[in-house]
Design a protein around this ligand. Structure first.
Ligand code: AHR
Length: 505
């Protein structure tokens, strides 16, 4: 017998507005994300700059409005000057992070032109590993200053007359990680971030800055790192970063399906730490969060940076995602939305090939992985205000996260049209569940415009080049509204999107 998860939807109970930047993604010079991912001059669909047209189409369909670049661990050894100017003159470098050959064929101008062409807001990272204040402020000047200075005139000489106007900047990447080139203590990093940020603001006062939080919540310095970094850099930065990757460990699928519970607790801990520093400093400003790397990543299968052979655009961490992985990704998006009052930015890591929603073959096909679908549909439909709902219903016991709701959900409300989007995941591996939502303070009556479900008898089914549409969301009539109560049947291990519109619409 299915159990019922119940909650009330009331438009007056708002968590916060969905910032479209929650649907960001990430392009790193790693593996085949850039080379043969977004860029493949020999591909039949390539444009004049060598960027794949088929991938551009998929990126548009994914609906991401923001993309982080160029790393990741890569940025901590990157000389951005290597990637500008005539391509033939650019050096081949050893990338220490991924033990790869970086040809620098794609650099700042190519990437930014590609991103802007697709309507994507860039989020650039500066190297605070091997470099520092001077390289960071020079890059901001190169990108954003109109002209008449050495760096901005160099950009103009390189064929880009208008400034790129990059607003969002990451102050390094995962600087707490011992694997990071130029790894630092929190105080060392916090001082450097504050001073680099100050210089970057001196070049362009309009930019926004993201300081590195911990690489993940399991780091031994987690909590202390956030506090010490913010003690140094609070006044200079707007956001603090969080990174989290999830995978099924030791066959414990129940915990994997409940990964959102971990993400939720992680966000709450970082908010508490940031607000602690705010109180001590008597600051008015509240630091918001940039969850700028998150996804499912089967990291246990990765041999580690030190064991990689040096190669050009090697196949690195090209995880193939299953139905279960897509349900987890959908559920992580639900968590991000539920924290929309503090999480302003989030980036699915990464965009193409490297733990990505889009896969390609060099010169060949491009296709959507299973995780593409919940991401694209959430980005398209979960807009407006996130509503606060208080679920009551069945719980599942999980080895890693204790008891979690069997049904994970979030509701968004478009105040202009009145439309509601309900996102719901059934974490139960065997049982269907029922969801019952009472609509309150929503006059006029509602009807189900669409219910899409992603589920499969084979919870391990994947999309491949040979069978790119093996796993797709499908329309179902498993939901209805009667007397202002929405009732939905959620199959086991399923991700669901239910769009409700006014009955008159
Ligand atoms: O996304 C892959 C890597 O994961 C990034 O380079 C790094 O920031 C993180 O550890």
């Amino acid at each position: 017998m299915p159990h019922t998860a119940r909650f009330t939807v009331d438009p007056d109970f708002r968590i916060g507005e969905v910032d479209p930047r929650l649907y960001g993604t990430f392009v790193e010079h790693m593996g085949r994300c850039v080379y043969t991912g977004i860029h493949d001059p020999d591909h039949p669909t390539a444009d004049a700059a060598g960027f794949r047209g088929d991938v551009a189409e998929l990126v548009r369909e994914l609906g991401t409005p923001l993309v982080r670049y160029p790393g990741g661990n890569f940025v901590s050894g990157y000389h951005w000057e290597d990637g500008v100017g005539p391509v033939a003159d650019r050096p081949r470098r050893l990338d220490l992070a991924w033990r790869s050959i970086e040809t620098n064929e794609v650099g700042t101008n190519e990437f930014l032109t590609w991103a802007r062409g697709l309507g994507l807001e860039p989020m650039m990272a500066v190297n605070l590993g091997t470099r520092g204040i001077d390289a960071a402020r020079a890059l901001v000047e190169y990108c954003n200053h109109p002209g008449g200075t050495a760096w901005s005139d160099l950009r103009i000489k390189h064929g880009v007359s208008e400034p790129h106007g990059v607003k969002l900047w990451c102050l390094g990447n995962e600087m707490d990680g011992p694997w990071q080139t130029g790894h630092k203590t929190a105080v060392e990093y916090g001082r450097l971030a504050a001073e680099a940020g100050k210089a970057m603001h001196q070049v362009d006062p309009g930019i926004e800055l993201v300081a590195c939080g911990s690489s993940n919540s399991g780091m031994p310095t987690f909590g202390t790192w956030e506090r010490e970094v913010l003690e140094q850099a609070y006044d200079e930065v707007d956001y603090l970063s969080l990174h989290a990757y999830y995978e099924e460990l030791d066959g414990d699928r129940a915990s994997f399906l409940a990964s959102g519970a971990h993400m939720d607790a992680y966000i709450r801990d970082v908010v508490a730490t940031a607000d602690h520093v705010r109180s001590v400093k008597r600051a008015r400003k509240r630091i918001r969060l940039s969850f700028d790397e998150w996804n499912v990543w089967y990291a246990q299968r990765f041999p580690g940076e030190r064991n990689l052979k040096t190669a050009q655009a090697p196949r690195l961490i090209e995880d193939t995602y299953s139905v279960t992985d897509a349900v987890v990704v959908g559920s992580l998006l639900i968590t991000l939305l539920r924290n929309a009052d503090r999480v302003a930015i989030a980036c699915l890591a990464q965009l193409v090939n490297v733990i990505a929603p889009i896969r390609t073959e060099p010169g060949g096909a491009g296709w959507r992985q299973t995780i593409f679908h919940p991401f694209a549909l959430t980005a398209r439909h979960a807009r407006g205000q996130v509503l606060r709902t208080q679920p009551a219903g069945p719980l599942l016991d999980t080895p890693r996260h204790g008891e979690v709701p069997a049904v994970d959900h979030v509701v968004t409300h478009d105040e202009e049209t009145g439309a509601l989007t309900v996102l719901a995941v059934n974490r139960d591996q065997e049982q269907a569940q029922l969801l019952e939502a009472t609509l309150r303070g929503l006059p006029g009556g509602y009807r189900v415009a669409e219910h899409l479900v992603l589920a499969d008898d084979d919870q391990d089914a994947v999309n491949t080049q040979a069978e790119p549409d093996r796993v797709l969301p499908r329309t179902t009539d498993a939901s209805a509204v009667a007397d202002n109560v929405l009732t939905v049947r959620l199959p086991p291990v399923s991700w669901n999107l239910i769009r409700l519109v006014r009955a008159s619409a």
